[in-house]
Write a protein that binds this ligand. Sequence first.
Ligand code: AHR
Length: 342
Amino acid sequence: MSRFKSLVLLMVIASLALAACSTAAAPEAAAPAAEEAAPAEEAAAPAAEEAPVYTYADMTLCYPQLGAESDWRTANTASIKQTAEELGVTLIFSDAQQKQENQISAVRACIEQGVDVIALPPVVEDGWDAVLTEAQDAGIPVIIVDRSVSADSSLYAAHIGSDMFLEGQRAAEEMNKLLPDGGNILELSGTVGSGAATGRAEGFRDALNDNITILDSQTGNFTRAEAIPVMEAFLKKYAGQVDGVFIHNDDMAIGAIEAIKAAGIEPGDLKIVSVDGTRGGFQAMIDGWIQADVECNPLLGPQVMEMGLKLMNGEAVDPETLTNETVYYPEEAEELLPTRQY
Ligand code: AHR
């Protein structure tokens, strides 16, 4: 072999050896880079664990109100709107005019919009499963407000509202005191199928003395206008037989009192127990028409917004928040009326 050929051969061997070295070294060279990346990942980890803390200004809350049937409802709407404004919550409000199909459409529109929280005051108890499942599938928590639903509790985050059964029991206790020797009474009930009407009716029957008979029960749909003809018909049908009336809300009581007055009956001749504790109810107590008014508090705005924010921030919430309530009497009505907020 010539010296040139030997030199060329040597150079080829040397370059092959170099190439082999650099190929073998490559993974080793990458390793430190990977090691360098590891601390970077560790540094990023705490940031990933820190969930964003939302404030009221971040929250869009949907309130598909069931209607505007009573002074109670007007106060509830005002409480929600005023609280949202004070806290800077974006509120999507609608009025379903006491129709469940309108409420369901409103909930679906809110899901479509991707709101953060839905607070639903259901007009009736049944028929919510499908839309609550849709909200759950969309990852939007639902707070049931005021009345209850019959849907499985796994479909909503929580309920905030009154214990309607207890309200009915309280009303019966008052009727028992007003008619200690027993008697015949009538019932003007709220919206058929609503948690408020069902709970109050059941609680009332649960606590009513055996010597008091409920002659009849008809709905006035929680409105003054619908209560008037119901009471007129009652008074014709049961003329001279009635000692008392249990009325599921103050608006219906005010409508019924119009019919009772028109029939020439004097205040106190019929013992009336009502529910809500609105200003109108207080005035009717002062005027001698209502003998006891069981409180149902509509001022739920602050509790609803607070819970909505907790849900947004992934905090645990109480599945059942019942409002603290009492019973009001004519003797205190005059003094308390100026302080009433609704
Ligand atoms: O669900 C609450 C009830 O609804 C109130 O007692 C009544 O006034 C309202 O319409």
